[in-house]
Unconditional design. Structure first.
Length: 630
């Protein structure tokens, strides 16, 4: 004779097998029959809850698993399932509480530790996620997903150097995953570890030779190089461009009263590109141009930009061929890339020539290398005539003024008094990203600090969340004779207003070289902080020159390292000049060419009109040795 206990055990095993086989409807039917027969116990309640969860009957799942927990409150797996139900419903705090309760009885259960780690990442409790993921690896270090959650926790907590180790653990377990190699390389770039990053990108390309993100990142690294040879970097871009050629025929221009302009941008409204597009879009001619924006973000994430264009298309979910078809369907006349080789770019779409005229602008300080991109918009200071044409696959389309127009943040705080007046010491500052802080830059800054006794240096970037990065910078300056007490190293500040308000603690901003700042320079000027910059020979190192010239302060542009140091020292030694600059800079900037959106929009539109006839010109007949406009 079979007892109720034996019968329940048999049913439980059958239910378990059905759930394992993902036959959840059959499991539900069996559970209903078992309940009707009255042979129910804790495990049957639990497995019935699992079946209901997978069928998305959350109410039944909660009732059943709660019943199981009431019978066996010390069973960790039941608490885990209860947490999973809450998690699926989006109740993250309840889910975390259940997982934590499960760990009280099963402290080394890898499944519960994994689930709790994931929920902590979603609630951005990164410190707890780091500890939980550490315990997870102690419990089970074999699955790649355990290393992945560990890596995400470390990055979220700002422990970037440690996150590199987690990536290494991941890559040992999944060595042919190109995405992992690429992402590890990106992390290494943020730490300024360029040779290691390059190795990661090359490894990804060995696995998948046409893997676009790694190819673009490999090219991006060259822009940071202190002694990078511009012709060599240009050749690398051209070689990549040749590998992407598709020989697609361009179509003719579509008839219509307005020229159809398409902008392709992976970034959202918070991206620095937006600061240089808002003024242009607000002042554009709606009679002559219809604007379609192809974005990597939904319109609610970029509301300010979305309100300024005729059509907004969120295209993150479209692959390259689907995006190409959409652009052709929209009959775009001039397609403008705003990403270059930065993250999330859609350059392979441009390689397929979906529009008669294709242009690159703003987001990348170099050639794309693509033959199918006809023009690159710049100006005569950033790219002097007859000086940089040979470095570009595109023709250079030079605007008559600055190649950008800055639109300040709407909620920028007021400009405060010079901080040296209240502190008695000069504070230099740079809020550029960590990869731009090369050895030449740091040694130049150290010499400036040495020349101005008692002065301080505030640096702010995302990478300073990592204590190891902070320590490395402090050690570097110590070797150059600058004590850590004179350094103020800040992590990235949010929101934007708080970030901008930090400039009220800075007297003089020091630009990076050979990769100048763009948004950071404009932000400093808007906050009344003069910027000392150094001009070089390629576009990335001449952005400061064009920004400062069109802002009306060309005297702060240096042509050499020695001149850069002298200009910073001279400015720091003249506190009356500093105070006067700070008092009038915002109003002066407001009246400058750098913020003249109406004139800029007109110049930009005239440039586009100048290339409209070229829509019908066969590509092979174009002479690349001359600039299209100067």
């Amino acid at each position: 004779m079979t007892s109720d206990v034996d019968s329940a055990a048999v049913h439980a095993q059958t239910l378990f097998d059905l759930c394992q086989a993902e036959r959840f409807d059959e499991a539900e039917a069996l559970y209903s029959r078992v309940c009707a027969a009255g042979t129910i116990d804790a495990e049957l309640y639990h497995l019935g809850g699992v079946a209901a969860l997978e069928r998305e009957d959350f109410e039944a799942a909660l009732d059943r698993v709660r019943a199981a927990v009431s019978i066996r409150p010390g069973e960790g797996s039941y608490r885990n399932t209860l947490g999973a139900i809450h998690w699926r419903q989006g109740n993250l705090l309840e889910a975390a509480a259940c997982f934590r309760a499960g760990l009280q009885s099963s402290p080394a259960d890898p499944t519960i530790l994994y689930h709790l780690s994931c929920v902590l990442l979603e609630t951005e409790e990164f410190g707890d996620a780091v500890e939980t993921s550490r315990r997870l690896l102690e419990a089970d270090s074999e699955p790649a997903e355990n290393w992945l959650v560990r890596m995400r926790a470390l990055v979220g907590a700002g422990q970037l150097s440690a996150a590199v180790g987690a990536y290494q653990g991941l890559l040992i377990r999944d060595p042919t995953n190109t995405g992992l190699w690429n992402n590890a390389g990106v992390l290494l770039i943020t730490l300024g570890r360029f040779p290691e990053a390059e190795t990661c990108f090359r490894r990804a390309l060995e696995i998948e030779p046409r893997y676009q993100p790694a190819a673009s990142n490999l090219l991006m690294i060259g822009n940071y190089a202190e002694n990078g040879e511009a012709p060599i970097l240009a050749d690398r871009h051209r070689a990549w461009g040749r590998s992407m050629e598709t020989r697609r025929r361009p179509r003719g221009r579509a008839p219509g009263a307005r020229t159809r302009i398409g902008f392709v941008c992976s970034a959202s409204d918070s991206h620095s590109v937006a600061y240089f597009m808002r003024g242009l879009l607000a002042a554009r001619s709606r009679e002559d141009f219809a604007i379609t924006w192809y974005s990597g973000a939904p319109p609610e994430a970029a509301a300010d930009l979305a309100a300024r264009v005729d059509t907004w298309r969120s295209v993150a979910e479209l692959d390259d061929r689907q995006l190409e078809r959409q652009i052709r369907k929209d009959r775009i006349d001039v397609l403008i890339d705003l990403d270059g080789h930065t993250a999330g770019n859609r350059l392979p779409v441009f390689a397929r020539r979906p529009a008669p005229v294709q242009v690159t602008y703003l987001g990348y300080p170099n050639t794309t290398g693509l033959r199918e991109i006809d023009y690159r918009i710049t100006d005569a200071l950033a790219d002097p005539p007859r000086a940089t044409e040979h470095l570009h696959m595109e023709r250079l389309l030079r605007l008559p003024g600055c190649f950008v127009c800055y639109h300040p943040a709407d909620h920028a705080p007021p400009v405060g008094p010079s901080p040296c007046l209240r502190s008695g010491v000069i504070t230099f500052g740079s809020f550029n990203s960590f990869p731009k802080l090369n050895a030449d830059v740091l040694s130049s800054w150290a010499e400036i600090l040495t020349r101005i006794p008692g002065s301080r240096l505030m640096l702010k970037c995302w990478s300073f969340r990592d204590r190891e990065v902070v320590r490395s910078v402090e050690e570097c300056f110590a070797g150059l004779g600058i004590a850590s007490e004179r350094l103020d190293l800040r992590a990235f500040a949010e929101p934007v207003a708080r970030h901008l308000d930090l400039y009220n603690e800075v007297d003089i901003a020091l630009d990076t070289f050979p990769y100048n700042g763009t948004a950071t320079t404009c932000e400093a000027l808007w906050m009344g902080v003069p910027v000392v910059t150094r001009a070089g020979q390629r576009h990335a190192s001449r952005v400061g020159l064009t920004l400062m010239t069109h802002a009306g302060m060309p005297g702060l542009v240096a042509g050499s390292r020695a001149e850069y140091i002298e200009r910073a020292v001279a400015l720091a030694s003249d506190r009356d000049r500093l105070a006067a600059l700070r008092a009038q800079m915002r109003e002066g900037l407001r009246k400058s060419a750098l913020l003249d959106s109406a004139s800029f929009a007109h110049a930009f539109e005239q440039a586009l009109k100048s290339v409209a006839p070229a829509i019908q010109v066969p590509r092979a007949s174009r002479n690349r040795s001359k600039s299209a406009a100067t």
